[in-house]
Design a protein around this ligand. Structure first.
Ligand SMILES: Nc1ncnc2c1ncn2[C@@H]1O[C@H](COP(=O)(O)OP(=O)(O)OP(=O)(O)O)[C@@H](O)[C@H]1O
Ligand SMILES: [Mg+2]
Length: 264
């Protein structure tokens, strides 16, 4: 596959090494993370590897560290110990500004709380990553001519193509509609890693299916790897692999979340 942004051949991960392993997009070793100095760790993971093109489903009780892990993969926060490599970069050894640039180029993030920008229009929200990343702008142009046209294409596939809907302020959209705008924003420009934090929790069954179809199709076409968190375990069968965070996170004590995790 050719990367439209660079014109260079892009590894699709389709060719395994002699051990049958493809290029890693996420590789972490002996990772330890605490939110505050001196506090108990929230995450202690010995090893985790996600290969290019994989679709990984992550599940775990509320408070077990799913969103924290995703923030680490996006380089929003860094571990106090261990190594963390994402899309070829050692995030644990990079400055904050270098991580910001890396995130703009390589990560599409669908936040648990969407994080749409209230004073921007729907299209401006979706094309925002292209303003921060020439690489993603080039990819969007190669796909649809302009970033705006690519935003319209993605939104139409998510059932958000109605011009009346697009004219509304994003704060005037339903929660499920905001979630779909957030998804289009994450997908634009073909990021190498798409991170989705409970992206279907506000969607009805029909929109959930359209949403997942779009997510899978766009990730496949762009060669993107997908890491997807959800409490809805019925979705796990649609993914290549399921990670049970409470099983790989040594810092998670089930007694700490008892009665809370089961409720969400
Ligand atoms: N910004 C923060 N500052 C301090 N502690 C935090 C912060 N964010 C999360 N935590 C704590 O880290 C732990 C893991 O939280 P996290 O949000 O990663 O869980 P989660 O598995 O995503 O839960 P949920 O399923 O409810 O979204 C919790 O104990 C939480 O209180
Ligand atoms: Mg969470």
């Amino acid at each position: 596959m050719t990367d439209p942004a660079s014109g260079q051949a892009r590894a699709t991960g389709a060719t395994p090494d002699p051990e049958g392993r493809r290029e890693p997009i996420v590789e972490l070793e002996r990772l330890r993370f605490c939110w505050h100095a001196g506090a108990a760790p929230v995450l202690e993971i010995e090893t985790l590897r996600v290969e290019r093109g994989e679709r990984v489903f992550i599940e775990g009780p509320s408070g077990s560290g799913k969103s924290t892990l995703l923030s680490l993969l996006a380089g929003v926060i860094v571990p106090q110990q261990g190594t963390l490599q994402v899309s070829g970069a050692r995030l644990d050894a990079m400055s904050g500004s270098a991580r910001d640039r890396h995130r703009a180029d390589h990560i599409g993030y669908i936040f648990q709380l969407f994080n749409l920008i209230p004073y921007l229009s729907m299209i401006e929200n979706v094309t925002l990553p292209c303003r921060f990343s020439a690489r993603r702008e080039a990819h969007a142009r190669a796909r649809s001519g302009t970033a705006q046209a690519e935003a319209l294409r993605l939104l139409a596939h998510l059932g958000m193509g109605d011009s009346g809907l697009r004219a509304r302020p994003v704060t005037g959209l339903s929660v499920g509609q905001q979630q779909r705008v957030a998804a289009a924003r994450a997908l634009i420009g073909g990021p190498s890693l798409v991170i989705a934090d409970e992206p279907t929790s506000s969607l009805d069954a029909a929109h959930r299916e359209a949403f997942l179809q779009l997510l899978f199709r766009e990730c496949t076409q762009a060669g993107s790897t997908l890491v997807f968190v959800s409490h809805d375990c019925s979705l796990a069968t649609l993914f290549g692999r399921t990670l049970h965070l409470s099983a790989i996170n040594r810092a998670w004590r089930c007694d700490a979340g008892a009665g809370i995790g089961s409720a969400s």
